[in-house]
Write a protein that binds this ligand. Structure first.
Ligand SMILES: [Zn+2]
Length: 435
């Protein structure tokens, strides 16, 4: 038995694979199964365990991947976005660095207990967080598979092992590489992993709606690899970091609420003296801007979806936090934001931290969530939407909170009435599905 973040986990008796399918709205599975594209999934839903769970809000990639591997919400592990405003340094920074992580992972605890652990993630942005504290074991990204070394990643010559070239970061192939690597690692009889965590990318889900030919092709691909892992005797738990929805107006353009522009109209766009007027790009982490607690009169909108891979979503999601200037306009600003068309919810910091289990010291004065069809931007001038080739699909809100939680073992006596979370995946896989 291990104890990690207040929860107990049994050591695996069978090889155990937890899969996080990025952006897997449950309807992707439903449509692909109905179309006959996922025979393994169809059987697993009927004979195994099929739950719909809630992910963490903000329904973004990093907070949810870290919740799954720690078995805990962001209030415990500290990762509440891909991106945050660091009040200590007054800069906007990426949250990829393990220094932001406040809790140990189940993966590290399993490795410390002598289990062989393997982690394969599509994008490199998650690798350091997922592998943090893991002594021994294997941890690499498909994106940088060609650069993996024994010393740094516990494995080398990955493309040769997988038998596929390293794919482009914007491709369905990046996720296929993750699954193919997982199957190859599991086939290595000498050092087969006891526990494996596979995390894909939502490139396909950002572009293609459930049931469309490209989406179904992706899920057919995935089904084949999952079936191969099942045939090797693996216990499989499949969940997702978040769902995905169309975020468009009727004319197909993105339905964006430019919140920084609105706040600048209401509160003034004046920068503190001596500070730069220049906007950093949404990806320009580390550029100091005035606003927030620094004494400026200007509000600061932070979009925690922001990451180095903005091509398919333009850094537009359904969740934002706002740092307000400290001049008592708090209630007024909250009320005015809440009245904007497309806004679902505005919460003050303490209420947001309590409701969504977020670290209060890493969110703004306000948390703003938009409705299913709308996304929140900063200033219109800061978002480059020219790279959006198809109508925007994105996530981040409460409307993307439902995700699958599927195991290839039937768990007797399961309470299907309780609220399941995607971060129950390791609990179900290790404590209830080992047979
Ligand atoms: Zn994601």
């Amino acid at each position: 038995m291990l104890e990690v973040n207040g929860r107990a986990y049994a050591l695996p008796r069978a090889p155990t694979v937890v899969v996080c399918v990025d952006g897997c709205e449950p309807d992707y599975l439903a449509q692909a199964v109905a179309a006959g594209e996922m025979p393994w999934m169809k059987r697993t839903l009927a004979e195994g365990t099929a739950l719909v769970a809630d992910c963490v809000v903000p329904s973004f990639t990093n907070p949810n991947n870290l919740s799954i591997v720690t078995g805990a919400p962001p209030s415990v592990h500290g990762i509440c976005g891909n991106y945050l405003y660091d009040t200590a340094s007054g800069t906007e920074v990426m949250m990829n660095d393990p220094k932001w992580l406040r809790a140990p992972t189940i993966l590290a605890a399993l490795a410390a207990a002598g289990k062989r652990v393997a982690v394969v993630t599509a994008k490199d942005k998650l690798r350091a967080l997922l592998g943090h504290g893991m002594q021994g074991g294997i941890c690499f990204s498909a994106e940088k598979a060609g650069e993996a070394t024994l010393a740094g990643n516990g494995i080398e010559n990955v493309p040769a092992l997988v038998g596929l070239p390293v794919p482009d970061v914007y491709s369905a192939g990046l996720s296929e590489f993750v699954f193919a690597a997982g199957v190859k690692l599991m086939q290595r009889a000498a050092d087969r992993p006891d526990v494996m965590y596979l995390s894909t990318t939502d490139y396909v889900q950002h572009k293609h709606a459930p049931g469309t030919p490209d989406a179904n092709a992706f899920y057919r691909m995935m089904d084949g690899y999952l079936g191969a892992l099942d045939a090797m005797g693996c216990v499989i738990a499949l969940t997702a970091d978040h769902g995905m929805n169309a975020k468009t107006r009727m004319d197909g353009s993105p339905d964006v609420i430019y919140l920084q522009d609105r706040l600048d109209e209401w509160l003034g766009a004046e920068e503190a003296p001596g500070r730069s007027q220049a906007f950093s790009s949404p990806t320009g982490g580390g550029t100091p801007r005035s606003g927030g607690p620094g004494g400026s009169r200007r509000a600061r909108v932070i979009l925690p979806i922001t990451d180095p891979y903005v091509v398919h979503h333009g850094a537009l999601g359904s969740f934002a936090t706002v740092y307000l200037p400290g001049n008592g306009e708090f209630d007024d600003a909250a009320r005015r934001i809440a009245a904007l068309p497309g806004i679902e919810l505005v919460l003050a910091r303490a209420d947001a931290a309590a409701r969504f289990e977020l670290p209060a010291d890493r969110i703004g004065d306000l948390v703003v969530v938009s409705e299913r069809q709308a996304v929140i931007g900063t200033s219109a001038s800061r978002h480059d939407l020219s790279a959006l080739e198809v109508p925007l699909r994105s996530h981040g809100g409460i409307s993307e909170q439902r995700v699958p939680l599927v195991l290839n073992r039937r768990i007797a006596g399961l309470d299907t009435g309780r609220r399941w979370r995607n971060f129950d995946a390791f609990d179900l896989a290790l404590n209830h599905a080992q047979g």
